[in-house]
Write a protein that binds this ligand. Structure first.
Ligand SMILES: [Zn+2]
Length: 206
C-alpha cells in the first residue's frame, strides 16, 4: 500500500520525527558517490535509530564494489579510492569479505576470483535508497516490504538489460557512479545502477 508521506515521518520506520532525534540523510547515500558529489544532492530527514542502523551497511556495499573494481576493468575507478579507504580502516569488514572470496575454475582452464556478498546487507542499502527516491520524487512511502534483486549489469542478457532500462528516463546523479529511475505505474519500481556495475531493483507488488 502506498501512502503520501508527511515530512515529519521517518520514511523507513514511520516514527514521528518530532518525537525522536533525527538526522539528515543524502539520497542516494554519499558513500556511493565521489568525494565531490553534486551540490544539489537531495537530503531527507530520517530518525537517528534508522540512520545508525544503516551505518555499517553502506561501507559493506562500497567495499564489495571496491573488491570488484580492483579485479575488474568494468567498474569505474573513480570510486575505488574511497572504497579502498573504507576497507583499509575496517579489519572486520576485510575479514568478512575475505571469507566470501572464492577461486572459480573457468572452462578455458583459467581461474577467476569471485565474491559472494551478504545479500541481506546489500538489499538493505538498495531499499534505503529506493525509499529515499520515492519519497523525494513522488512524495510516497510504501508500508510493505519491497521485493529486492540485484545482479551485475553485465550478467543480464541483452533482452533483460533492455527491459531493465525501459520506462521513464533515468536520472544521472553522478556519471558512471549512480543513476536511477522511479516507475510508479502500474506498480512502484525503483531501479538503479551503481558504479555502472550493480543493477538493482526494488519493487512493491500491487
Ligand atoms: Zn526510522
Amino acid at each position: 500500500m502506498l501512502t503520501h508521506v508527511p515530512k515529519t515521518v521517518c520514511i523507513h520506520c514511520g516514527v514521528d520525527l518530532e518525537t525522536v532525534k533525527s538526522n539528515k540523510d543524502h539520497v542516494p547515500s554519499r558513500s556511493l558517490l565521489s568525494g565531490s558529489p553534486p551540490p544539489d544532492l537531495p537530503v531527507i530527514r530520517i530518525c537517528e535509530a534508522c540512520n545508525s542502523s544503516f551505518s555499517s551497511d553502506e561501507p559493506y556495499l562500497v567495499s564489495f564494489l571496491g573488491l570488484i573494481a580492483e579485479g575488474s576493468a568494468r567498474v569505474n575507478k573513480k570510486a575505488w579510492g574511497h572504497a579502498s579507504k573504507v576497507l583499509d580502516s575496517d579489519f572486520r569488514l576485510q575479514d568478512d569479505l575475505d571469507a566470501r572470496l572464492s577461486v572459480v575454475n573457468q572452462r578455458d582452464g583459467g581461474q577467476r576470483v569471485a565474491v559472494e556478498p551478504d545479500a541481506g546487507i546489500i538489499n538493505r542499502v538498495i531499499e534505503k535508497n529506493a525509499r529515499g527516491h520515492i519519497a523525494i520524487e513522488a512524495g510516497l512511502t510504501a508500508r510493505s516490504d519491497p521485493k529486492i534483486s540485484f545482479a551485475s549489469l553485465q550478467s543480464l542478457p541483452p533482452a533483460g538489460r533492455e527491459l531493465f532500462h525501459k520506462g521513464p528516463s533515468w536520472r544521472v546523479v553522478e556519471p558512471d557512479l549512480y543513476r536511477y529511475v522511479v516507475i510508479t505505474e502500474p506498480i512502484l519500481i525503483v531501479r538503479a545502477v551503481i558504479w555502472e556495475f550493480l543493477a538493482t531493483e526494488a519493487m512493491w507488488p500491487a
